[in-house]
Ligand binder design. Sequence first.
Ligand code: DX5
Length: 227
Amino acid sequence: MMTAARKIIEVVPSLLAADLGRLDSELERVRAAGVTWVSVDVMDGHFVPNLSFGPDFVRLVKSKGLTVDSHLMVANPETVAPWFVDAGADYVTVHDEACRDARAALRDIRRRGGKAGLAVKPKTPADSLVALVGEYDLALVMTVEPGFGGAQYLSYVEPKIAAVRRAIDAAGADCWLQVDGGINEKTAAAAAGAGADSLVAGSAVFRAKDPEAAVTAIRQAALGVRR
Ligand code: DX5
């Protein structure tokens, strides 16, 4: 059964770039722009050369009434994913490169009551994302090498975004196609034009003078190129 391609664009601020000492006011500023979904980048110092948040931070963010996706940049996602489902994360996204068996990892997240996401780094082919359509609720195509905010968007990834978009649409799968890394007003148009409907943005939002306006500009830029 074909489902209509998503007609909306979700701008998903990444809290990696937020001023955590003023978390409530940072969240209020993006909520004012209609944000209901934020991304928590989880880094273990092994899969990526950085350390960030644990399940307790997801619990805290969930207590603010937001949809939370936890992007697990960890070397042992099968072990860690249940911790984030239990912490209340709405989406738990594991990296194809780190999974022993991505299908099993996705099924385990769903079995535990979470929505499952599968991510690939810029240089990783889309093979798993294409082969596993239907097994995930969110596909994440990274447009930066993971580990830090503020990196430059890698436009060579766009054909991969388009290939995953075609596979999702051909299957009539009801899932998000998320892009994360270097998203701003300009690159959002390119990523949405390639087929993304969920755009993670950290520094372009929280480093902006007016985060509310930044979110709106990213959304409008992406909607302006909807096919
Ligand atoms: C990379 C992180 C970043 C973050 C967004 O590991 O996943 O992509 O979410 O950072 P910006 O929007 O600043 O590139």
